[in-house]
Every structure is written in structure tokens, then in C-alpha cells.
Design a protein around this ligand. Structure first.
Ligand code: R5P
Length: 352
């Protein structure tokens, strides 16, 4: 039996919105004497990555460590704000990874991910894997007041509906979020605790105590304290309104100690700035901060700059802001994410 295999024709309309019927139509070539006709793309050959519009350091590092090839993709905006996505590369039968969009607006970024997943599935992707180092809406994982939605669950459902089969994420607000995914959707949850611990250890700081800036973060603080083999303390935090944190009291002893505050997210930096001031009042020496996701919104830079904090360490789950201050350092997640991709897609294992 003869099998004729050809590369799928390449269609690309990067500068215009091609009518869908024109884009999808292609003439199937005839092969004399072939019993079965198949496109090369139908065979499981490799994995592709749908890049973000502005590749971040994390994305470049992931591509370097896996050797994965970016697929030609167009993302545009209509005048009314709707997002347009076109994946021009051949992804039929492949594992397709999506890098998160990195625009300013979290909702636009998510919409772009949903559209890319939908486009990838319609273009014949075998599996769609969304790399979401910072899982948006994770903090709305329960109803704290009557009348609220559970936005984290909705986001997980929308990812599934749009065609995402698997998610690689890091430092979820709570590990229980994994349970929001349906049974046929896998979640790979990576944690940066060891990366942070290694960074802090490299500084050889004596008399350490790890501090959680709120009661919700005690488990995270426990893990870091275990890795650093030191005590931990907890700040009792309250909020008068969204993004307004007050550090009310401290459980534990920090007098004469160097402190490492650990949180999952620094958004407006109210939580961390207030906690650091309380620690100083309670007699702490130097204060370091570790946080997985540095969003740094509002006047976060000013708050961190004014706060009695020596250094802030975040991962590169979110690209560094242009106005970043010197005391903010980044650690790289690409090795862990590349490792997860190699577990999922065997063809990536041959690369460094
Ligand atoms: C809250 O539960 C989170 O763990 C963070 O503490 C919070 O999101 C930080 O927000 P902000 O920097 O605006 O205080």
C-alpha cells in the first residue's frame, strides 16, 4: 500500500481579515497510484507554541529550553474592542501550547487565550495546553458575600469550553483551585517555594523568620519556613475595601530577627507594605519579600519604595513593569515550565 504524504498548504492573511470560507478552502492535490492520502500534519510529529504578541523573557527562555517552534499567529483588535485571532501555521495533530497574552487588560488577555484555544482546536490541534503562570481571577475562588460570582471557577469552565485540554500554572492562590477543573482537564500546578528558598539561602541571612502577611497564606509560609529551616509568624490582616489592607496584629515573634514575608500576589502592594511596617514596629531587623506574581498595579512601586523593605523577589510569571524599582528582583520559572512541557510532549525531551 502506498501512502502519499505532503505538507499542508500554508495559508496566511496577516494584513487583512480573510473571509473564513476563502481561508478554509483548499484544493486537494491528486496523487497517482496512492491508496491513502494524508497530510503530514495529520501525523503526530511535534509540538508548537502560539506566541504572545510581545514575547516575554519567560517565553523566550521556555522556547530555548524546549526547542519548541512558535507558530505564525496574528492578533488584532477591531475598532469596537473585539479581539481577532488567526493561527496561520500548520498545527494539525500537534500539541499546541498557548503563551498568555500580556496586554494591560486582564480581561482582554483572557479573551485572547479563549480565542487562540478555539482557533487551535478548529485548526486540528490534538491537545491544547494553556501556559498560565499567573491564573487570573484565582483570588475570587469563593463567595465571601451574598450576590457574588465564583469567578475562578467560571474562568476554568471558559478555558475548558474554548478547547483547553490542560493547564500549566504556578503558585495558585489556593491549591484547591485545581479541583475546579473538570475530570478530563488536567492541571499541572508548579510552586516556586524552592526557587525562593534557594535565592534567600544564597544571601546567607542569619536569624531568619518567615512571615505570612495574612491568615490565608500560612500554609505557603509553612513551606518556605520548612525549606529555610526557620520559625514562622503570621500577620492578622483585615480589609476595609478591595485593595485596602490593614496589618492589625502579629502572631509570633520577630524581635531582632530578619524577616521574609511571603505572599502569592503583590497587586497594589498594600498587604506587603502594611505588613512590613508592622514587623518594623515589632522590632524586626531587615525585611525581605518573596511573592510569586508581581502585578504591581496602582501606586505599588511607590508603596514598596517607601516601605521598610530591603528586597522584593518575584518570579517572571508576569513581565516586569517598565517603572520597576531597584529593590525588585526576578527569578526565572522557565526551567520548571519547560520540564512540565517535556512531561506532556515526549518530542520536546531531546532538547536541553
Ligand atoms: C490575598 O488574599 C492575596 O494573597 C494577596 O495578599 C493580595 O492579593 C495582595 O494584594 P495587594 O498587593 O493589593 O494588597
Amino acid at each position: 500500500m502506498k501512502i502519499a504524504a505532503v505538507q499542508r498548504p500554508f495559508f496566511s492573511y496577516p494584513e487583512s481579515y480573510a473571509p473564513l470560507n476563502k481561508k478554509n478552502s483548499m484544493s486537494v492535490p491528486k496523487f497517482q497510484g496512492a491508496d491513502i492520502f494524508c497530510f503530514k500534519g495529520n501525523q503526530k510529529q511535534n509540538s508548537s507554541i502560539i506566541p504572545s504578541s510581545n514575547p516575554t523573557d519567560l517565553e523566550v527562555n521556555i522556547e530555548e529550553k524546549t526547542g519548541i517552534v512558535p507558530t505564525e499567529t496574528t492578533v488584532k483588535k477591531f475598532k469596537n474592542g473585539e479581539t481577532y485571532v488567526n493561527i496561520a501555521g500548520d498545527i494539525r495533530g500537534k500539541d499546541v501550547y498557548l503563551m498568555p497574552a500580556t496586554g494591560k487588560n486582564v480581561n482582554d488577555n483572557l479573551m485572547e487565550t479563549y480565542l487562540k484555544a478555539d482557533a487551535a482546536k478548529r485548526a486540528g490541534a490534538d491537545r491544547v495546553i494553556a501556559i498560565m503562570p499567573n491564573f487570573d481571577y484565582a483570588r475570587q475562588e469563593k463567595r465571601t458575600e451574598k450576590g457574588e460570582p465564583i469567578a475562578a471557577r467560571l474562568n476554568m469552565d471558559l478555558l475548558k469550553t474554548s478547547g483547553v485540554d490542560e493547564i500549566i500554572t504556578t503558585d495558585l492562590h489556593t491549591p484547591a483551585l485545581e479541583g475546579f477543573a473538570s475530570n478530563d482537564m488536567k492541571v499541572v500546578h508548579l510552586e516556586s517555594t524552592q526557587l525562593m528558598a534557594d535565592y534567600i539561602k544564597s544571601k546567607e541571612i542569619p536569624d531568619l523568620v518567615v512571615v505570612s502577611p495574612d491568615l490565608g497564606g500560612t500554609k505557603r509560609a509553612d513551606k518556605l519556613a520548612k525549606a529555610l529551616e526557620c520559625e514562622r509568624a503570621v500577620v492578622y490582616k483585615s480589609r476595609k475595601a478591595h485593595n485596602q489592607a490593614t496589618a492589625e496584629d502579629l502572631i509570633g515573634d520577630v524581635e531582632g530577627k530578619n524577616c521574609v514575608l511571603i505572599d502569592d500576589i503583590i497587586d497594589t502592594a498594600g498587604t506587603i507594605a502594611e505588613a512590613s511596617k508592622l514587623l518594623k514596629k515589632k522590632g524586626a531587623k531587615d525585611i525581605y519579600v518573596c511573592a510569586a506574581h508581581g502585578l504591581f498595579n496602582g501606586d505599588a512601586m511607590k508603596k514598596l519604595s517607601d516601605a521598610p523593605i530591603k528586597e522584593v523577589v518575584v518570579t517572571n510569571s508576569v513581565p516586569m513593569k517598565a517603572d520597576s524599582i531597584d529593590k525588585i528582583k526576578q527569578v526565572d520559572l522557565s526551567l520548571a515550565i519547560a520540564g512540565a512541557m517535556k512531561e506532556i510532549s515526549p518530542d520536546l525531551r531531546d532538547n536541553n
